[in-house]
Design a protein around this ligand. Structure first.
Ligand code: SF4
Length: 68
């Protein structure tokens, strides 16, 4: 399990269950970019956009937790 955080949100990624459907990289490329390291930049877009894109992950590989 990989975890990426800033002061607003934590995004978790479980590579074992990713089906590589590409919803994340196509939906929000400024956050999800496999050519970058780390490949998830949680500061690349608004929290609402990240939540929406994570919600479209078909496998459940992506999840998030908002930080208070
Ligand atoms: S949307 Fe989910 S299943 Fe598809 S590539 Fe991204 S993490 Fe993997």
């Amino acid at each position: 399990m990989q975890e990426y955080s800033n002061d607003k949100i934590t995004v978790r990624y479980d590579e074992k269950i990713c089906v590589h459907a590409g919803k994340c990289v196509r939906g929000l490329p400024q956050v999800f970019d496999v050519k970058k390291d780390p490949w998830i930049n949680v500061s690349g877009a608004e929290v609402a956009a990240i939540k929406q894109t994570v919600g479209q992950c078909p496998s459940g590989a992506l999840s998030y937790e908002e930080r208070k």
